[in-house]
Design a protein around this ligand. Structure first.
Ligand SMILES: [Fe+2]
Length: 187
């Protein structure tokens, strides 16, 4: 019989009342300054938004984040949030965010007919074939949120459409148990 040693903790949710919330979100996003550096094959406000989304977005996602925290068995805080825009031909190369914690993606402008979700690379090779496994969330549409460990390598295929693809990304850092925390007040 199968006896799995590990269970990979990834989560998917849908934002309710999406059309209404999308407008409020895009109003805020459109006030941001987007840049494309030489190394970036996409536009982002990550370096320019001074983390102004963090509190707003944490509130925006309050119900979903609390469901996530319950399911994942953590308490955590959002430490960063930023927006990424993919024009035709734009993509994102393989990267991860940090060694621990969780990272999430909210699909804001996304047409499942022409856009693809974020692809994730399995943290271990398939032991039967010694090959790298790729996977991606299913049924992604606007308002979908996908959360995975920040350490998981991921990438975005080139946008082959003239329709812009926009996502909001965020990092969630779990609170460590007090005996592990450097901000431990219990002396
Ligand atoms: Fe990422």
């Amino acid at each position: 019989m199968k006896a799995p040693l590990f269970n990979y903790p990834s989560y998917q949710y849908e934002v309710d009342d999406w059309e209404f919330k999308k407008k409020g979100l895009l109003n805020r996003v459109n006030k941001s300054k987007f840049i494309r550096t030489e190394l970036q094959t996409f536009e982002t406000d990550r370096q320019t938004n001074n983390k102004v989304y963090v509190r707003y977005f944490e509130e925006f996602l309050r119900d979903i984040l609390s469901e996530f925290c319950q399911e994942a068995g953590v308490t955590c805080s959002m430490t960063d949030a930023w927006c990424v825009k993919y024009q035709k031909g734009d993509q994102q190369t393989v990267h991860n965010h940090r060694g621990w914690g969780f990272s999430g993606i909210l699909y804001v402008e996304y047409d499942p007919k022409v856009h693809t979700p974020t692809f994730f690379i399995a943290p271990w090779n398939d032991p039967r074939t010694d090959t790298t496994s790729l996977s991606f969330p299913s049924n992604v549409k606007e308002g979908t949120i996908f959360i995975a460990p920040s350490s998981c390598l991921h990438f975005v295929h080139p946008n082959t459409s003239r329709k812009e693809r926009i996502v909001l990304a965020f990092d969630l850092l779990p609170d460590l148990p007090s005996h592990q925390s450097i901000n431990n007040d219990d002396k």
